[in-house]
Design a protein around this ligand. Structure first.
Ligand SMILES: NC(=O)C1=CN([C@@H]2O[C@H](COP(=O)(O)OP(=O)(O)OC[C@H]3O[C@@H](n4cnc5c(N)ncnc54)[C@H](OP(=O)(O)O)[C@@H]3O)[C@@H](O)[C@H]2O)C=CC1
Ligand SMILES: O=C(CO)COP(=O)(O)O
Length: 312
């Protein structure tokens, strides 16, 4: 396996720099770019064999259009590590990248990967998903190391939706812990969160089984149970009665679940997908209910069979 592939990471935030750390650990060099870099975007992507996007969702559409104008090296592989949904189009990052670059392989990187733990070189695992198996396996061999175990699958949409939808659940989980609702409530929340994610995912073309893997259940558990998660921190702050503006102003980095909740509710209302937990998170973020009222609303819902969602 050649270690001379030129790799550029776009986004020098917590995740972009962690991905660089992982590549270095595996023996690969990479260049990290952000809007504050001295070099232009054109300079850093010229000749790049692998381009990894680790920017926040709000920048994906603009940066992909910029790269389209610049042009990529023939056969360059695009790896997307963003966990979000586009506000205007409700598209996932991989859909945006694939629409913009139909002739390039697009690979999704997603899993239970809290960047602060990654940077401490603690062991972790992730998923690389693509319709182009060869591209996914090439990127797998680049990232795999003694601290990072990398799996591949062929469900890019399911893989990235796991990472995206659990951010909304992590806000709910922060509320659950912030209100001291107990272990039973937390178990109920996470267990009911998964079928809600599956309902949205399968509606958008994902496989059910993907949500039981690292990028679904795995990331749900990691993010919903860690004070390191920015989304969890948002939920915790809201449960303490802080305003969303105040929380976001003091947050270290991006909490994608805030934007995702709005896009998801737009999408779910249009497509009539039941998303009760996400809906209460959305109402809470919009200041329409208090944290305690959101819990009351969830507990007061119409009674139903446990596994009705599987018929979806
Ligand atoms: N941190 C983590 O543990 C993980 C994060 N992720 C995902 O990775 C993504 C980035 O997260 P993270 O690195 O933590 O966030 P940060 O807030 O730390 O960094 C965000 C990065 O995105 C860039 N960016 C934001 N808006 C734009 C824009 N309009 N145009 C170009 N660049 C832009 C920023 O550039 P600039 O520096 O120029 O402002 C910065 O480099 C998110 O989708 C997140 O969900 C996924 C797995 C783990
Ligand atoms: O996606 C993550 C872990 O897998 C990071 O979660 P936060 O964005 O909530 O910090």
């Amino acid at each position: 396996m050649t270690k001379t592939l030129k790799t550029t990471i776009i986004g020098a935030g917590a995740w972009g720099t962690s991905l660089c750390f992982l590549l270095n650990r595996a023996g690969f060099e990479c260049e990290v770019w952000s809007r504050r870099s001295e070099k232009s975007l054109a300079e850093v992507v010229k000749d790049a064999d692998v381009i990894i996007s680790a920017i926040s969702m709000k920048g994906v559409m603009a940066v992909s259009q910029q790269l389209k104008e610049i042009g990529l090296k023939d056969k360059a592989i695009i790896v997307t590590a963003t966990k979000g949904l586009d506000f205007e189009t409700t598209k996932t990052p991989s859909q945006i990248w694939q629409d913009t670059f139909p002739n390039h392989a697009v690979v999704v990187l997603s899993g239970p990967n809290l960047s602060k733990e990654i940077k401490k070189a603690l062991p972790a695992a992730t998923v690389l998903a693509s319709n182009d198996t060869e591209a996914a396996e090439l990127v797998q061999s680049m990232f795999a190391s003694d601290i990072f175990r990398v799996y591949v699958n062929n469900d890019p949409i399911g893989t990235e939706l796991g990472g995206t939808l659990k951010n909304v659940m992590a806000i709910a989980s922060g509320v659950c812990d912030g209100l001291n609702l107990g272990t039973n409530a937390k178990a109920a929340l996470l267990t009911r969160a998964l079928p809600e994610m599956i309902r949205v995912g399968t509606h958008l073309g994902a496989s059910v089984e993907t949500f039981f893997g690292l990028s679904g259940l795995g990331d749900l558990l990691a993010t919903c149970d860690s004070p390191l998660s920015r989304n969890y921190q948002v939920g915790m702050g809201l449960s303490q009665g802080k305003s969303l503006d105040d929380i976001l102003e003091n947050l270290e980095g991006t909490a994608e679940g805030v934007n995702t909740a709005t896009v998801l509710i737009k999408l779910a209302s249009k497509e009539k997908i039941p998303v009760p937990i996400s809906y209460q998170v959305y109402l809470l973020l919009k200041g329409k209910v208090s944290a305690a009222e959101a819990v009351e609303n969830l507990m007061a819902r119409e009674l139903k069979e446990e596994f009705w969602y599987l018929e979806f």
